[in-house]
Design a protein around this ligand. Sequence first.
Ligand SMILES: [Zn+2]
Length: 360
Amino acid sequence: MIDPHVHLRDWNQAARETLRHGLSVAWRAGLDGVFEMPNTDPPLTSRDPILRRIDDADAALRGLGISLFHGLYAGITAVPRQIEEMVRAWRELFPRVVGMKMFSGHSTGNMGILLREEQALVYRTLAALGYTGVLAVHCEKEALLRPDSWDPLQPASHARARPPAAEVASVDDQKELAGRAGFRGTLHVCHISTPWALDLLRGAHQETPPAREPPGLRVTCGLTPHHALLDAAMMEENDGILLKVNPPLRPKPMPSLMLQRLFGGDIDWIETDHAPHTRKDKTQGFASGVPGLPFYPRFVKILSDGGMPRKRIEEVTHDSICRVFGVTIPARGRLPEPDLAREYEFDPYAALAPGMQVNP
Ligand SMILES: [Zn+2]
């Protein structure tokens, strides 16, 4: 099992999570590999911090005495020279530099490339450099966010402040810009959360078939456990603020529709978007993100109990990730330890009944 979307913090954010602790939890959750996002502090947007990160991860793994695959995404900015440096780092350091990450809207870490023109420049630059790897994109169009709707006293308002339309419009932009630029890599839509964005990605309901997706452009998407199992109304309960994530939890029935699409094959893999914060960061700083690694095995069990065939489980937890990224990571099939939720200050799934069943 591989979690291709985790935030392991450390460095200036060691109070939230560290490489050593996060990698240890990943190992005990039964994972064989994790791919880490670049919005660390300092960020992984140049060669030196990338090299330092690889060294630090290796030291943590050595200290723990475990062999788990650690890969990271190089962070992309809208500066062509910087993109070139990241493509060189990918060529030199792949598979440790396993792909690229672009934030099309501001989430945690202010790495947003917000303007459509700048996003177009990123795709043109990657195409010109002959980049054929994965570009993972956080898709929420900043212009369609409604920050005025956010009221910390009513945490469920977060879902209205970051509406589905923002995700849908951003997915539309990315697909169009990547296609127009002749991008030859894989466009990966991170943590997809709405059926409309998925329809768009899969080319359904388009008025002018054939889809604009030109030959050569591949698109993939991932689903988080929280977008599949939790819904926006849960933010109205006590401690609802702890469930603030980007993109936000969606109203029912969207989570179960997304789960159906995972069963049905429209979604390529699961990814936790493991993003720990301290309780204080959540309740006073209104930080977005929840721990995810401890719940990976629980989510897989829910899928299995819900009737997902073993072959499909292997596909969404491992095989399709290895295929799309072009990496080989042995699947060891280790059993997870129980009670990993206690490793963090809160359990976002505490309200779910134990042994929860899904009916896809
Ligand atoms: Zn993330």
